[in-house]
Design a protein around this ligand. Structure first.
Ligand code: SF4
Length: 358
């Protein structure tokens, strides 16, 4: 089988005849850049080449199992099923400005096990393949074409820790930004991490234009470790050291994701610690409202008044701040919420099958 994104393999397979090369390029443009369906785009190549492509390429390694459209705002949640029967999520966000963003997953489950996140509670962590990561974008664009839209910004902020899947993440970024394939500018991509220092530095070195977000959520050592068990292996001092080494500037600021939790992350002392942690670091702080999840009854979101007061303190210290509002609250937009139980069950069955066959 050929990977649709392996242009060298295509050239080796179909040769350098200029007419074929031209028609293949047109096929890829229609499918990958203009959102035509794979079948529609095949009309651009000769019947012989089309039948070889059909026989050798699996255009969609994911099955779109469900789509939930918010009645409140422009969010659509797409639930995809992998070959193993595990589910992942992507979210289309349609901003009032007409711009469309897509939040994609890089893993099924997540080893970071954040207490406030349904994905982290699934008890599994499996890397998505490069093809599965990319297919979320390809299928979203095929859906959006019916609305005369195309995904403009891609954020790796869905299920999983992207920097726990670095090889496939890097390959996906290369394909997304290849002018021959999806042709996204690197500045339109954002990778969100809970803080894996070596991988952050490697990504920064390899793709200095890709934007980075750090899910910080607390600048208090024990408070952060309580919320993000993985943080026990990366003290805040090491994270700060890493941020200081990144190629950041006024134009390329690190996005700091900060969850507003009542009595845990929203006190005056929390704001002071956050300001101290970010001293001399070009950062943009996003204050995120908390969507409650099963199994985390001890966590409560901060009130809007508190979020605003906290935001004003940070602004007064000189940081750009965005106070986020929940999108798609009616479609359980919090990552992993719709499929938490289903994935747990399937993972259990897969483990049982693997043990039985050992
Ligand atoms: S919040 Fe992100 S890093 Fe934490 S468990 Fe969920 S998916 Fe993983």
């Amino acid at each position: 089988m050929l990977h649709w994104y392996d242009v060298n393999a295509w050239n080796a397979r179909f040769g350098n005849d200029s007419q074929t090369v031209h028609s293949l390029r047109k096929f890829r443009t229609r499918w990958l850049k203009q959102g035509w369906s794979f079948e529609e785009a095949l009309a651009e190549v000769s019947p012989d080449v089309a039948s070889t492509i059909k026989a050798e390429i699996k255009p969609h390694p994911l099955v779109l199992a469900e789509r939930h459209d918010s009645q409140l705002d422009g969010a659509s949640k797409l639930l995809f099923r992998t070959d193993e029967g595990l589910m992942i999520e992507s979210v289309i966000l349609r901003a009032g400005t007409g711009r469309t963003s897509l939040c994609i997953s890089s893993q099924v489950g997540c080893a970071a096990a954040c207490r406030f996140c349904a994905t982290g509670q699934m008890g599994i962590a499996r890397n998505l393949t490069t093809a599965q990561i990319l297919d979320q974008v390809v299928q979203a664009n095929e859906l959006l074409r019916k609305e005369d839209r195309r995904v403009r910004n891609i954020v790796f902020m869905g299920m999983g820790e992207p920097l726990h899947n670095p090889a496939n993440l890097n390959e996906a970024i290369a394909v997304l930004s290849s002018p021959l394939l999806l042709d996204y500018s690197l500045q339109r991509l954002l990778v969100s991490t809970v803080g894996i220092p070596d991988e952050m530095l490697r990504l920064d070195e390899q793709f200095p234009q890709v934007n980075l977000a750090l899910s910080l959520h607390s600048a208090d050592e024990s408070g952060r470790q309580e919320l993000i068990p993985l943080a026990k292996s990366v003290p805040l001092a090491r994270l700060r050291e890493t941020l200081l080494k990144l190629k950041l500037s006024e134009k390329r600021r690190i996005m700091i994701e900060y969850l507003m939790l009542d009595g845990r992350t929203d006190r005056d002392s929390d704001a002071e610690k956050l300001i101290a942690f970010l001293e001399n670091i070009p950062a943009h702080i996003n204050l995120i409202p908390y969507n409650s999840i099963d199994g985390a009854d001890h966590l409560t979101g901060s009130s809007q008044a508190t979020r605003e007061r906290f935001g004003n303190t940070l602004k007064a210290a000189g940081f750009p701040v965005t106070i986020r509002y929940s999108l798609g609250a009616d479609i359980a937009a919090a990552c992993g919420q719709l499929i938490q139980r289903e994935n747990r069950e399937i993972a259990k069955q897969l483990r049982a099958t693997q043990t039985a066959t050992k």
